[in-house]
Design a protein around this ligand. Structure first.
Ligand code: SF4
Length: 266
């Protein structure tokens, strides 16, 4: 390797370190950890693996990719649009009467990482997009801190319409709305799910266990590894727990990195 090539390589490494420090600072983390970032390209082409990752609540024996026969991006977009059109006229629960906009979900229909939150808040209800308020801005930082862009992932909520006053979702609302989320997961076929907060975690895992005991490890959702972590809105109220979320998200980042590494050896 020539001197110029070494200089170039060093500059590239320093730049990567600088970017990571900036991301971690932006996310509110003081310590620096280094590992291979997940690139957009590698996260797209990853193959599934659960090696060295404890997966809990496995009940179906299914594996990622088993869920549906949907394959192409165009086909996924079409099916998602059809589902959105169906939901736009949904009044199965009373939230259909009080919403300003239905918040369907957004992101890459071929995302390998899909986030599931609780329900739209005021900003989301006004804009018809998930996670666009302060909590959404923090989620964007979290996504960028693991080396991805918002447009790389898919984001949806358990409920598609805002509960008035941002009250907690009611059990009957969750029961009525859940089929839509399940269909979204089936269409997108993420390699990894990330449940944000109590309602997403408890609903997808069918448990009453508190999020504090569920977070920090991968569970199994119909064969898809699912990380549980705190909701960004909770983090805004409890910034001291950002470090815990950062620990959780590093596991997601490393998992995706491991998948892309395995894929590159094929
Ligand atoms: S919250 Fe879900 S079930 Fe209730 S009206 Fe909205 S889309 Fe329909």
């Amino acid at each position: 390797m020539s001197i110029d090539e070494i200089k170039k390589e060093l500059a590239s490494i320093l730049n990567a370190v600088k970017t990571r420090i900036e991301m971690e600072k932006g996310f509110g983390i003081d310590t620096l950890t280094l590992s291979k970032p997940v690139t957009e390209c590698s996260s797209r082409s990853a193959k599934s693996s659960t090696k060295n990752k404890p997966i809990e609540h496995s009940t179906t024996g299914k594996h990622p990719g088993d869920q549906t026969s949907v394959t192409g991006k165009g086909e996924r977009i079409q099916i998602l649009e059809a589902l959105q059109n169906e939901m736009l006229v949904c009044h199965k629960c009373l939230l259909g009467k009080t919403r300003t906009h239905l918040v369907f979900g957004s992101g890459n229909p071929e995302a390998h990482l899909m986030f599931v939150g609780e329900a739209p808040g005021r900003d989301e209800d006004l804009q018809g997009e998930p996670f666009v308020g302060r909590a959404g801005q923090l989620l964007t930082k979290i996504i960028e801190a693991i080396g991805l862009k918002r447009s790389d992932v898919y984001i949806a909520n358990v409920l598609k319409c805002r509960p008035p006053g941002n009250r907690n979702p009611l059990p009957e609302e969750i029961v009525l709305c859940m089929p839509y989320l399940l269909k979204q997961i089936e269409i997108i076929q993420p390699k990894v799910l990330c449940a944000l907060g109590t309602f997403a975690a408890q609903t997808l895992l069918n448990t009453k266990a508190p999020v504090g005991t569920l977070r920090g490890r991968f569970h199994d959702y119909n064969g898809i590894p699912m990380m549980v972590t705190f909701h960004p809105a909770y983090l805004l109220r409890n910034p001291n727990d950002k470090a815990k979320v950062w620990e959780d998200m590093k596991k997601v980042r490393d998992f995706l990195g491991e998948l892309s590494g395995k894929d590159s050896k094929r």
